[in-house]
Design a protein around this ligand. Structure first.
Ligand SMILES: Cc1cc2nc3c(=O)[nH]c(=O)nc-3n(C[C@H](O)[C@H](O)[C@H](O)COP(=O)(O)O)c2cc1C
Ligand code: FES
Length: 643
């Protein structure tokens, strides 16, 4: 491929590929994101390749592997173009039927369609599936249309037109103004206005400046940055090149965690391709602007995602935060002005340059513009990656897109913002989701993690879980964070283990305040959110644990016991056979009894007891009733006596 040397050459190249491609020709697209790979989508791709050959269709059918579509739970996903027929949970054994029926005869294979669990309705096209229907996929949408390893696929969809426009029709100042006017705020957590940061970095003294992509993404349950980088690396790269030109930087870094091998692989491929095409390197598109990008593989510490820690790690030192008396846009990597943005922030930039600030600012709320990708996980029917306009309500995300709570259970709370986020209760489910609204509720946007919890979740235990994560991940450099989080964890552990005391809630609030006010970086400053938000909205649960030694959700092992209700037990032996600690006694015709001394509270008996019997009861906050005397345990005899 010869290097493209002007804006006109980009357009001519795009036109040439569009003309060359027959869009009426069937194309089988197979999702090869990490989620679908876990369901063996690579084996599926091979099966399609072999079947196409077997049926002699090599010249008539195209095959394309794509990035993550977002609905990973139903993977592997296969979409047949041009009709966009969507099949879910496809297995290699389905391949022959898909080729001979759908590709050759244009017939639908009914059993592979998505079926709505509530209405029972089937969806033929991906866009008809409720999970997708209610989303606005501006940033993430192209993931399912392109092969992430093909720059041509990206260019066909308009890729690199924003870069051409920026280089040849706009000055760096105009680009910064456009980004400022768009209202784009950083998607990595803080929500800082991107244009303002770019401007400060551009005006910072010094000839050498750096632009950096933050692809560390270490929040438990979050994977939107990884999936975007894996599935559409050129969109991030294009945004980065535009940013570099606007800021006046000639070297960029992509900081991506080593644990994301597919993202690393696809980023390297994208950089090589962009260099070959003249979109990176010396004199980009003949403009005289030089820019190179290096990849730095992070070792996988959560705190290294923090801006100053990440920059320290880029310098080859231990990734620990440092005081930011001087902003990193003035003095960052090797004390040079450095502009760091999140993966999703960069991927928004080409959209803004292509469509204009007014268009972008028309989406979202007054102070939070555009869309946001969320990683919707936990106790929700449709888990996956969801992109919605800022301001969409939590209810819309959880019910209209997420399909509600499984098994008819009650929604209890949603945790947003990653490990340092907060838990929002049911009474606030109609709240709009944007940077400021979430902060008002005691939570935060973070990078977009959203964990749904049902009635069986203990909120004290949830706070303990996140504090446990943060204790491990605190770098330990500053005392308030290192000790504060650890002390909060100790108090929470005591409460969940039945050792809570009067005054513990107040103690937690006090430690939370000190940790927030005195920690060096945002890890410590926000670590108290899970504690404070659960105290704010679920105080009675804390009180039940402390005063009544009762866990209302029946989760905290030290506060619960399992008991077999004699009048419900049918002596079916199922719980007895499954109990791993041999704590259940009984017989074929004899009511079963749990030996509380031997019970390890694993809950297996509760799970395996047939629903029609529901003989096992979880008891908390009151003594376990004594078992019936031995002579009253025989089921038959009992019946006979009744006669
Ligand atoms: C402990 C900690 C971890 C962070 N991890 C990430 C991360 O993985 N990805 C990210 O983009 N931002 C992360 N951030 C936020 C960054 O410090 C920084 O604000 C962000 O990368 C700036 O980009 P943005 O303005 O585009 O949001 C983290 C912050 C903290 C305190
Ligand atoms: S990896 Fe296939 S849908 Fe996410």
């Amino acid at each position: 491929m010869a290097r493209l040397k002007s804006s006109a050459e980009v357009e001519a190249f795009r036109e040439a590929i569009v003309n060359e491609r027959d869009t009426d020709r069937p194309c089988v697209t197979i999702c090869s994101g990490t989620g679908c790979r876990a369901y063996a989508s690579e084996t599926l791709s091979t099966a399609f390749e072999e079947e196409i050959k077997k049926q002699g269709l090599e010249d008539k059918v195209d095959l394309r592997t794509t990035g993550c579509h977002g609905f990973c739970e139903k993977g592997p996903l296969v979409v047949i173009l041009p009709g966009e027929i969507c099949y879910v949970q496809v297995k290699p054994k389905d391949v022959a039927q898909i080729i001979s029926q759908t590709v050759v005869e244009n017939k639908i294979v009914d059993h592979l369609l998505y079926t709505d669990p509530v209405t029972g309705e089937k969806a033929v096209h991906e866009s008809e599936i409720p999970f997708y229907k209610n989303q606005t996929r501006l940033v993430f949408g192209n993931n399912s249309k392109i092969d992430p390893k093909s720059i041509d696929d990206y260019i066909v969809l308009g890729g690199y037109s924003a870069l051409s426009k920026a280089l040849f029709q706009m000055t760096p100042e105009e680009i910064i103004q456009e980004v400022k006017d768009s209202g784009l705020r950083g998607r990595g957590g803080g929500g800082f206005p991107a244009g303002r940061k770019w401007e400060e970095c551009r005006h910072a003294p010094g000839d050498i400046k750096y632009v950096i992509v933050n692809a560390d993404e270490g929040d438990p349950g979050a994977y939107m940055d990884r999936s975007l980088l894996e599935g559409n690396p050129h969109s991030v790269l294009e945004g980065l090149i535009i940013g570099a030109y606007a800021i006046g930087s000639h070297v960029g870094y992509i900081y991506v965690r080593e644990e994301y091998p597919l993202a690393v692989e696809n980023v390297f491929t994208a950089i090589r391709q962009a260099e070959d095409y003249g979109l990176l390197g010396k004199g980009i598109l003949g403009s005289g602007f030089d820019f190179t990008v290096k990849v730095h593989r992070g070792a996988g510490a959560f705190v290294s995602g923090e801006s100053s820690a990440l920059m320290t790690a880029l310098e080859g030192r231990v990734g620990e935060p440092r005081p930011k008396y001087i902003h990193t846009v003035i003095s960052g990597v090797w004390d040079r002005p450095s502009n760091l943005n999140n993966v999703e922030t960069w991927a928004n930039v080409p959209l803004i340059i292509d469509n204009g600030a007014d268009w972008y600012a028309s989406i979202g709320t007054e102070r939070s513009k555009g869309t946001k990708i969320f990683s919707l996980v936990g106790k929700v029917n449709n888990t996956g990656l969801v992109e919605v306009p800022m301001g969409t309500s939590l209810r819309d995300i959880i019910y209209n897109i997420g399909g509600g709570i499984p098994e008819g259970k009650k929604f209890k709370a949603v945790q947003t913002g990653g490990p340092s986020g907060g838990c929002i209760p049911e009474s606030l489910i109609d709240s709009p989701v944007d940077f400021d609204e979430l902060s008002k509720l005691g939570s935060m946007m973070g990078s977009g993690g959203m964990i749904v919890m049902d009635e069986d979740t203990c909120m004290v235990d949830t706070a303990r879980y996140f504090l446990d994560f943060l204790t491990d991940e605190s770098c330990g450099k500053c005392t308030p964070c290192r000790e504060g989080i650890d002390q909060m964890l100790t108090v929470l552990t005591n409460i969940t283990e039945g050792e809570g005391q009067e005054g513990d809630i107040e103690l937690l609030e006090e430690i939370a305040g000190v940790t927030r006010d005195a920690s060096l970086c945002a890890l410590g400053q926000t670590a108290a959110n899970p504690v404070l938000s659960t105290i704010r909205y679920f105080r009675e649960e804390y009180e039940a644990h402390i005063r009544e030694k009762r866990c209302p959700a029946g989760v905290c092992k030290a506060l619960i016991s399992y008991y077999i209700q004699p009048d419900r037990c049918k002596a079916c032996l199922i719980c007895l056979r499954n109990c791993p600690s041999g704590a259940i006694t009984g017989g074929k015709k004899q009511i079963h009894v749990i030996d509380q001394g031997k019970c390890i509270k694993c809950g297996i008996c509760f799970d395996v007891c047939p629903k029609r019997f529901s003989a096992i009861e979880k008891i908390s906050g009151r003594p376990v009733p004594p078992p019936p005397p031995l002579e009253a345990r025989a089921i038959r005899e009992k019946k006979r006596r009744r006669k």
